[in-house]
Design a protein. Structure first.
Length: 317
């Protein structure tokens, strides 16, 4: 019996030691899984490639000869600024013709003389018919029935003539509306021969020079906006399940002649590519950088810092 008790004590001691070791192992793996607080982490993405986010290759919208260029390469422009123009002589004449036709149509639509004349004709015809009928009532057969019928027909015709005059004026007003549309088309054709910038930016390239013939769709100029740049980075697989959308990012830029000063360009992550690299699980993401001061240039490769846990407000639609 004593040997049995000693044996049980030995076994219980081993269980306690094994249990303690297992507890330490579990605690160790728990610490690894938990890791440091993600709120305080920063991800450094080297070799982040910068590219233009907003740009436009501006085409001709009509055919003709490029008559004038208003800009040159490198010049900054505002949205809506005039960049170039095609020959406008024919389009101006078409607009002038459409405007004249519209003015004539409006004058005819406002003319109510035919209605006034038809209204007076009704009054006279009805008065003649009334006098003939009253004369026959007072002195029978003073006016023959044939004459009374003729006067009645004239009176009824006068009413129909008035209705016709009203209809014709309505048609003249509709014609004036059509002429107004034709004038708007002529105005649009003229405006289509003026090339304007669709966005704020700089003229990067001019493809066509004055005097050259262009077709609709021919690219005339390229405008780029470098005030906002796209930063494309590749992150390792360990970060692929994090919610990085709207997370703040920053790029340090050396300034000054010898680079003794530095400035920070900030932005936010706007897109995480849904596909992962099948070999190492890495993935691509895009961030938009506020480059209003134009400290960065498209085509540069920079080091971008991702500040985990710091969310930027979403853009308003």
């Amino acid at each position: 019996m004593k040997q049995t008790r000693n044996l049980l004590k030995g076994l219980s001691g081993q269980w306690l030691v094994a249990g303690g070791q297992m507890g330490m192992v579990c605690f160790f793996f728990l610490m690894i899984a938990t890791g440091p607080s993600i709120e305080a982490e920063e991800i450094v993405a080297e070799s982040t490639f910068l590219s233009v986010l907003h740009s436009a290759e501006i085409p001709a919208r009509d055919l003709g000869i490029l008559e004038k260029l208003e800009v040159k390469e490198g010049q900054k422009v505002k949205a809506g600024a005039k960049l170039a123009s095609l020959n406008q002589t024919e389009a101006q004449l078409e607009l002038k013709l459409a405007t004249g036709q519209l003015n004539v149509a409006r004058e005819e639509a406002d003319n109510e003389i035919s209605q006034s004349l038809a209204r007076k004709t009704i009054e006279v015809a009805q008065a003649e018919l009334k006098r003939a009928q009253e004369a026959n009532l007072k002195y029978p057969e003073t006016v023959s029935l044939t004459e009374v019928d003729r006067l009645r027909l004239i009176s009824e015709k006068a009413v129909l003539d008035y209705d016709q005059a009203v209809h014709e004026q309505r048609m003249r007003k509709l014609t004036a509306d059509l002429k107004e549309i034709e004038q708007e088309i002529a105005q649009a054709n003229l405006e289509r021969r003026t090339i304007k910038s669709p966005l704020d930016g700089s003229i990067e390239k001019i493809y066509v020079r004055p005097g050259e013939w262009v077709q609709p769709g021919t690219t005339l100029l390229r405008v780029v906006d470098v005030s906002t740049l796209r930063a494309e980075a590749i992150l390792p697989a360990e970060y692929r399940y994090l919610d990085l959308i709207q997370t703040r990012v920053s790029v340090e830029v050396k300034t000054g002649e010898s680079g003794e000063k530095s400035s920070i360009v900030e932005g936010k992550i706007t897109f995480m590519h849904p596909e992962f690299d099948p070999i190492d699980g890495s993935f691509r993401l895009w961030a938009e950088l506020d480059n209003t001061r134009e400290l960065l240039s498209p085509g540069e490769s920079v080091t971008m810092t991702i500040h985990l846990g710091e969310k930027m407000p979403a853009d308003q639609p």
